[in-house]
Design a protein around this ligand. Structure first.
Ligand SMILES: Nc1ncnc2c1ncn2[C@@H]1O[C@H](COP(=O)(O)OP(=O)(O)O)[C@@H](O)[C@H]1O
Ligand SMILES: [Mg+2]
Length: 235
């Protein structure tokens, strides 16, 4: 399978006075379409930094990165915006819905930013994919946390993204709702051939992914495949 993200020797160093924080210190990772990858690891291990670099929100200090066929490392912000356009969809812990827009309008917002005309049929389709067909005209404050996150997921799907990234998407949700959101992510990855990259503190959620990457001190220290035959043989 052709990788949609291919990263080699990724470093992201932050200078703080005379000190250098090595947020990422040599990460190699490839992700294919249709694959759901979870990033686990303690707070400060570099999960968010890795997510931001792989999704072209942040540029690495060193290393090579190819995203959807484009070589990314060394590009400046304007060029990174071009790589993200229509390729990357984002889901956040805080949902980031506009409170004055209804569900359908929130879902259509990124299309307006891309200069595209929203298509009501497509809006209906992505809302059906996240199970919210009956909430189109509701305002965010009339929804539960899980429903708000589903709207955010529909919004990310609406631009026909090839890669969906989510930083702690269940951080503000209870256990049952969080689990449902992970199940939804998994279904969406398979049905739409989407690459999904998700960080989580919740190990049980993380193990629902196809691949679990554990980080420590800016490096990958473990990689597991929970769904594989090998994993199911484990006691
Ligand atoms: N903008 C920044 N400036 C300086 N240090 C940072 C910055 N962002 C993150 N760091 C540091 O990089 C390390 C990794 O952070 P982060 O990627 O947010 O970890 P995680 O998401 O796993 O909690 C931490 O030590 C953090 O303090
Ligand atoms: Mg983080």
């Amino acid at each position: 399978m052709e990788p949609i993200i291919s990263a080699r020797g990724i470093k992201r160093y932050y200078k703080r006075g005379s000190e250098t924080v090595k947020a990422l210190d040599g990460v190699d990772l490839t992700i294919s379409s249709g694959e759901m990858v979870a990033l686990l690891g303690p707070s400060g291990s570099g999960k968010t930094t890795l997510l931001n670099v792989l999704s072209c929100l942040d540029a690495p200090t060193d290393g090579t990165l190819v995203v959807a066929g484009k070589s990314v490392a060394g590009l400046k912000e304007e060029a990174l915006v071009e790589v993200r356009r229509g390729v990357l969809g984002f889901v956040f812990q805080q949902f980031h819905l506009l409170p004055t827009l209804n569900v359908a309008e929130n879902v259509e917002l990124p299309l307006l930013f891309l200069g595209l005309k929203p298509d009501r049929r497509r809006t209906d389709e992505v809302l059906a994919m996240v199970g919210l067909s009956d909430r189109k005209t509701h305002l965010p404050r009339e929804l539960s946390g899980g429903q708000m996150q589903r709207v955010a997921i529909a919004r990310a799907l609406n631009i026909d993204a090839k890669i969906l990234v989510a930083d702690e998407p269940t951080g503000n949700l209870d256990k049952v709702t969080g689990e449902q959101i992970f199940q939804l992510f998994k279904k969406l990855a398979k049905e739409n051939d989407l690459a999904l990259l998700i960080t989580t503190h919740n190990t049980a959620f993380g193990y629902k992914a196809d691949r679990v990457i554990t980080m420590e001190d800016g490096r990958i220290v473990k990689e597991e495949h929970p769904g594989s035959a090998q994993a199911s043989l484990r006691p």
